[in-house]
Design a binder for this molecule. Sequence first.
Ligand code: ADP
Ligand code: 5GP
Length: 202
Amino acid sequence: MKDFCYHTTVNKSKKEGKLIIFSAPSGSGKSTIVQALLSKGFNLEFSISATSRAPRGNEKNGVEYHFLSPDEFRAKIEEGDFLEWEEVYENTYYGTLKSEVNRICSVGNNIVFDVDVVGGINIKKMYGDKALSIFVQPPSIDELRKRLVNRGTDSEEKIEMRIAKAEEELAYASEFDQVIINDNLDKALESTEKALINFLNK
Ligand code: ADP
Ligand code: 5GP
């Protein structure tokens, strides 16, 4: 099992950072939930992944993702720079940089991952009890499609690709520590916060 990171607190006791992993089919509302939690002051910091996809909407390099070309991404794989990476969609790579995990750990924060289901299960396996894995589930595939259409950031073709993938991803829900059904957003936020507080206080 990997160590995440220990940092020294003001009273010089050693405190270990924790990891919170969010996975979900695209469009379930995972980013909405993660952004709401990050603003609540639980010493949480978002792990900015690398991806070979192009920025969407107002996304900025180094904010939502480190945007890389496919060649740059492959070079980082060769160099062993990733804790984990996946070809989430055909020819589109996503990965967690070791440097990102080290940076967040060195400032003493808990780290929040937004990764696909396979990445989520892998990170949980690496860190065991130091990690809480949360699966955000949409109420139905129809509702998922509606959310992706309303979000207005993907072409019809990309939406269909995400829906096809979602059907596979839902089968992995039971492998997560906690499943949050995001039907009513306020209720989903409340349950997520409760699970987080419980985990951080363990
Ligand atoms: P993900 O990060 O899982 O791809 P987003 O957080 O981008 O999903 O959410 C997809 C869309 O659904 C966004 O437009 C978001 O505002 C909307 N959304 C999120 N949660 C809900 C909810 N409970 N009910 C209705 N719409 C929602
Ligand atoms: P999107 O293109 O909607 O931002 O992300 C598509 C999928 O890639 C989502 O399921 C998201 O969680 C996943 N993803 C984002 N970053 C990473 C990562 O670093 N590793 C893995 N395995 N998946 C990621």
